[in-house]
Design a protein around this ligand. Sequence first.
Ligand code: B12
Ligand code: SF4
Ligand code: SF4
Length: 463
Amino acid sequence: MDAEALRERIRRRAWELGFDACGFVAPDLPPHARFFLRWLEAGRAGEMAYLTRFQAQRLDPSRLAQAQGGPPLGTGIVLAVDYGQAALPPEVLSDPSRGIVASYAWGEDYHELIRPLLHQLDGFIREHTGRTVRGKALVDTGPVLERDWAQEAGIGFLGKNCCTIRPGWGSWLFLATLWIPEVLPPDPPARGMEVPPVSPEAVMAGLPWEGHYGWWRLSPAVVPPPLHATPGPGRPGTAIPLSPSPPLPDISAPAGSARPGSCGSCARCLEGCPTAAFVGPYHLDPLRCISYWTIEARTAIPRELRPGFGNRIFGCDICQEVCPWNRRRGLPREPRLPGLRARAEWMAPPLLEGFRGESPYWLVEAAFRERWRRSPVRRAGRSGMLRNVCVALGNWGHPSAVPALVQALADPDPLPRRHAAWALGRVLVRAGDPRARAALEARLAVEADEGVREEVCAALGGG
Ligand code: B12
Ligand code: SF4
Ligand code: SF4
């Protein structure tokens, strides 16, 4: 079988396995590698130490198998899974007594679902080529700039919010890559058109928000049609209507371009970020991002950022929710992989639910593991989630949160204790609840941890 024919067989098989898009790249230097290195030098990785490792492989994916004594890799297969589904209605999103979970975590952990599919795809290729060594199957955690490769493979373009956006689908995509020794013809890359490329230094310094940074032509051949021809049947309890769309800025295609994508002069994501995490278009500072703090970080959330978190307790979708490319999406539909379909109980749990006697999942490890079994939320851990929930309770500032916060203030882990103290301080300021003051004073009398003592004092001082 010739290389072109094998490539098309792989695409078809990828679709059958549940991938919605599949493109092919040559493993060269990723286009924004220099920006990535500058970004690292500026300390943007924070606690995400894994981003600082295996740079030789990240800058040259042909070496990804080298550490295990594997052969040089000749082709990258870039895959996307569309997880977009119903949006939460505005009254749920803005309900301060609920904790909003990012939509990528409404279904089961995508790493666990997608990795075996990559291995199956690799097995299919090996059957055709007779190869005995395995390809390198990576989803999220590998040393690969997945968004760069998705753009190179023509799957989507990079939005100013940093996300891969595919016109017609939006940005609710998981990305994954499979790197194989076989050399297959690459897809035409989604190269920028019309506007000259901007330098990494300019992106680091912060580009003007409303600038127009080009159109990206996308490969029309990434999926066997039709995609999601009919919306899925829906699961009980998850049929939540899409919220009505506000008027949209003009991001329509210039005449004569095929499947192009662009942000145009739109800057909604940059304006909409509640913690001002964007230095500028294409440049996010994770150390100001809700997603980083609520998922990745194991330390205390900076006090000045906490009010901006609102009721987001795990991840954040705001810079995607406001994006016209997501609002233009068609009818609500369901991911083809059944495991990714939203579970009603994982989307926006009432904040106080996990403190109650029948299932105190924010307080007891075993209950946490049971309540969030197979959910990506487990990544933050029980105490990390309790930290996040305390911030949301503080932002609610309602007296009914006091008993829960008193329990959190007695947690064995100082991390949630710090945030519970802060939240009680907010209830004190907002509602003047004497129980909040009493709890803080009682804690100060017994607390040994310096960080918690400092938070308690700040809370009692109204800081
Ligand atoms: C670290 C990481 C994070 C960090 C940092 C994110 C960031 N923007 O840097 C944090 C924890 C904040 C994060 C958050 C989220 N993440 Co994340 N994350 C990653 C991870 C592991 C590495 C990304 C990375 O290298 N960042 C470093 C910076 C430099 O890279 P970048 O943002 O991709 O930047 C690119 C652009 O800046 C661009 N660029 C530079 N200059 C220029 C100039 C021009 C003109 C253009 C067009 C582009 C451009 O090139 C850079 C390199 O590709 C990837 C998986 C992977 N292996 O790639 C997932 C990944 C990017 N995350 C993903 C998701 C789903 C999310 C969240 C939506 C989760 C959530 N709901 O909370 C948010 C979205 C936040 C956002 N707006 O980016 C998906 C993205 C899917 C998509 N459609 O884009 C990925 C690919 C995981 C996956 N396998 O599906 N994430
Ligand atoms: S805080 Fe939310 S809106 Fe801001 S960059 Fe992070 S994910 Fe996007
Ligand atoms: S909100 Fe606007 S600027 Fe941001 S990614 Fe979407 S189209 Fe681009």
